[in-house]
Design a protein around this ligand. Structure first.
Ligand code: 1CP
Length: 344
């Protein structure tokens, strides 16, 4: 069992810097596109055998040090009773966005075993086969709330901000419900076998620090408090978060995930006593490989071998990425950080 990813989460020394990629299973792979020609994204998620196959494919092909469960941050909405679809080229779409007291109050509590048993079954299948740790995940309450309220992905989050600022009591009720659901879902994932979890707060960088502190942080602190009892490392990821990093670190997380809009060492100085994950710009992998290679070497030099760095992209792999660039990047990170003989 390759455990360098889990060791790095705990900020222990490792034989090489561990590396995995957000969206390492996806459209850049011809095998994934072939499966998607026959099954919708949600069908793949609902079929444990296919889900396990898709999860493990990049581990075999790229040599990454962790697998991430193939699922989506929207799946818990099934249990909350909110119909949604995943539309090609757009992402999640919710026909009737949640914007009123009545709609928030009608959300059902999540019951992971009955609502999302197929996810838990996939986890058990993957654990039976994988030789690297399996990462489970959930969307953080703010980011899931933004899809519920907007009805789809949005750059400026106008309706989300209207509720947060204009109806703070309603906002807090929605965030509390989503926090409860996230705790229940991640507890069930850990019981089924995931060895670490990542919270994706992908769009939280849209907020001013004072609004994060007031409207998001108390919920995140309750969430991280509950997750601490699960005994697995927690990664706390967001994009565009340079100004929020000290507050995110205070919210919680053993490892903070950062994008490329901040230098790794600057980000690490802002989060203090935690591990760090990141932070190559995924667009660089569309240029000749040497461009990404040079940027990766700079990130590794910036991390300077300090325990607790997990190499990743700053956000997900783009569908246009040549698979060979990812494979060579894994090789580069491992070769470049190989410890001299005698070190663990
Ligand atoms: O094949 C397809 O058409 C589906 C594309 C796709 C895929 C491969 C979607 C729709 N979701 C996924 C899988 C997925 N989603 C994973 C798999 C594990 C892996 O990393 O390999 C994960 C971790 C997610 C999480 C997710 N879904 C996030 C957080 C991560 C991030 O990218 O910031 C978000 C924001 C979503 C919503 C979502 N689902 C799908 C898309 C295209 C989107 C983003 C849409 C948008 O930009 O608003």
């Amino acid at each position: 069992m390759n455990d360098r990813f889990l060791r790095a989460c705990r900020r222990e020394p490792t034989d090489r810097t561990p590396v995995w990629f957000m969206r390492q299973a996806g459209r850049y792979q011809s095998e994934y596109r072939a499966l998607r020609a026959r099954h919708s994204m949600l069908e793949l998620c609902r079929t444990p055998e296919l889900c396990a196959q898709v999860t493990l494919l990049p581990v075999e092909q790229l040599g990454v040090d962790a697998a991430i469960l193939f699922a989506d941050i929207m799946l818990p909405l099934i249990g909350l009773g909110v119909p949604f679809d995943i539309v090609e080229g757009t992402g999640p779409v919710i026909g009737e966005p949640i914007r009123t007291d009545a709609r928030v109050d009608a959300l059902r509590p999540l019951e992971p075993e009955s609502d999302l048993g197929f996810v838990l079954e996939a986890i058990r299948l993957i654990r039976g086969e994988a030789r690297v740790p399996l990462i489970g995940f959930a969307g953080a309450p703010f980011t899931v709330a933004s899809y519920l309220i907007e009805g789809r992905g949005s750059r400026d989050l106008p309706h989300t901000k209207a509720m947060l600022h204009g109806a703070p009591a309603l906002w807090d009720r929605l965030m509390s419900r989503l926090t409860d659901a996230t705790i229940a879902y991640l507890q069930a994932q850990v019981t089924a076998g995931v060895q670490a979890v990542q919270l994706f707060d992908s769009w939280v960088g849209a907020l001013a620090p004072c609004d994060y502190a007031l409207a998001v942080m108390p919920h995140m602190q309750r969430l991280f408090g509950a997750l601490a009892a699960l005994g697995v490392p927690v990664i706390h990821f967001g994009t565009g978060t340079a100004g929020l990093l000290p507050l995110m670190a205070r919210s919680g997380g053993d490892v903070i995930g950062v994008d490329w809009r901040i230098r790794l060492s600057d980000a690490w100085a802002r989060i203090g006593d935690a591990g760090i994950q990141g932070n190559l710009d995924p667009w660089m992998l569309l240029a000749p490989f040497e461009v990404a290679a040079e940027a990766a070497r700079e990130i590794l030099a910036d991390a300077a071998g300090r325990p607790g760095h997990i190499f990743n992209l700053g956000h997900g792999v783009l569908p246009q990425t040549p698979p060979d660039h990812l494979r060579r990047l894994v090789e580069l990170v491992h070769k470049h950080t190989q410890a001299p003989p005698g070190r663990p």
